[in-house]
Design a protein around this ligand. Structure first.
Ligand code: TTP
Ligand code: MG
Ligand code: MG
Length: 350
């Protein structure tokens, strides 16, 4: 039941490091690009981080010795890894990705899952994925691939199938036909060692794996045996990591000097509210609870909260309610103030 209800989206940037290099250096477009260790004319040590699709045509791939890549295509453009820059680009991309669902999980610099079960149909989910792809391309000038399915495993496999610059929706009824002919090691969760053990007993494909009982797999692999049994049938209950969910958005500031100056206090507070509001809107959230934090001279810290009857994303409501709370602090105590903060929580996506 639970399995059928979920819609999970997986996104992975295409040839990420190399695509960023291509974007920054349009003169490279159409040429094979290899990002990784210095090839040193074929004598270099270290490996290929990634290669664009032109270079992949020569058989070059991630993890391959750079000397091997040089052998395969010495005419390729070899670039060193500029990780700080890719991280910055990744941040920009993830900012966009996160807007599409409050339940997200960033897996690596170029990969994330979204729980988009709020979509009412597979068609709606597909359009949702298209919008995400389009926004990333318009804002970042980079292509990605999106896979959509009833769980993380299937969504990821759909992405792999649709690479590059694709979008694939894998509906529950298509899963069996898709999974059966795959090699066992294509199944996320089956590592090299597990695959080796299975191959020893003549099991190479998923449809063969399905012939083993749950008990047999448990006997062979212990606890993960059951997981393998489920995965082979396209079942994966793992949630899109809920601990990554944004629970609140807040800002606070410590005054340079403890103060009672209302102009300074309210002026600063206005700024904090604007920042919180901006982030709220960026993430497409509504809030229900507003909390104001006040720390007096001597580190005594207090909070006051107000929960609205209905979720809202109105700046005026936020300002008015927050100021009322702050005012109560100022009335209740004549102490100097060291820090003020504002936080909205009880968030929901719009
Ligand atoms: P991937 O998403 O695995 O690969 P990719 O984005 O280069 O290509 P595609 O998804 O289109 O198949 O990895 C993302 C980045 O992580 C990749 O651009 C470079 C880096 N990376 C390594 O440094 N070493 C590796 O072995 C792998 C697999 C990736
Ligand atoms: Mg990628
Ligand atoms: Mg990736």
């Amino acid at each position: 039941m639970k399995e059928e209800k979920r819609i999970i989206l997986h996104i992975d940037m295409d040839y990420f490091f190399a695509q960023v290099e291509e974007r920054e250096n349009p003169q490279f477009k159409g040429k094979p690009i290899v990002v990784g260790a210095d090839p040193k004319g074929g004598k270099g040590r270290g490996v290929v981080s990634t290669a664009n699709y032109e270079a992949r045509k020569y058989g070059i791939k991630s993890g391959m010795p750079i000397s091997k890549a040089w052998q395969l295509c010495s005419n390729a453009i070899f670039l060193s890894v500029n990780i700080e820059f890719y991280e910055k680009v990744s941040e920009q991309i993830m900012k966009i990705v996160k807007k599409y669902s409050p339940i997200y999980e960033i897996v690596s610099l170029d990969e994330a899952y979204l729980d988009i079960s709020f979509c009412k149909s597979w068609k709606e989910a597909e359009n949702f994925g298209k919008r995400l792809k389009r926004e990333i391309f318009e804002k970042e000038k980079l292509t990605c691939t999106v896979g959509i399915g009833p769980n993380k495993t299937i969504a990821k496999l759909a992405t792999e199938k649709a690479k590059p610059n694709g979008l694939k929706v894998m509906k529950p009824k298509e899963i069996e036909k898709f999974l059966d002919p795959l090699d066992i090691e294509d199944l996320p969760g089956i590592g090299l060692k597990t695959a080796e053990k299975l191959k020893k007993i003549g099991i190479n494909k998923i449809f063969e794996l399905k012939k083993l009982s749950k008990e047999k797999l448990k006997e062979m692999f212990g606890k993960i045996g059951e997981k393998i049994w489920k995965r082979a049938r396209g079942i994966d209950e793992e949630p899109v990591s809920p601990e990554e969910v944004i629970k609140s958005i807040g800002r606070q500031i410590t005054f340079e000097r403890d103060t009672r100056d209302p102009k300074l206090i309210f002026g600063t507070f206005d700024q904090l509210i604007k920042e919180v509001y901006h982030e709220l809107i960026e993430n497409n959230f509504s809030f229900k609870t507003i909390t104001v934090i006040c720390r007096y001279k001597g580190f005594e810290t207090h909070t006051k909260s107000k929960t609205l009857e209905k979720a809202c994303n109105d700046l005026t409501v936020l300002k008015n309610e927050a100021k009322k709370l702050l005012l109560r602090f100022l009335i209740e105590s004549k102490k100097l103030i060291r820090l003020i903060g504002i936080r909205v929580s009880n968030l929901s996506s719009q």
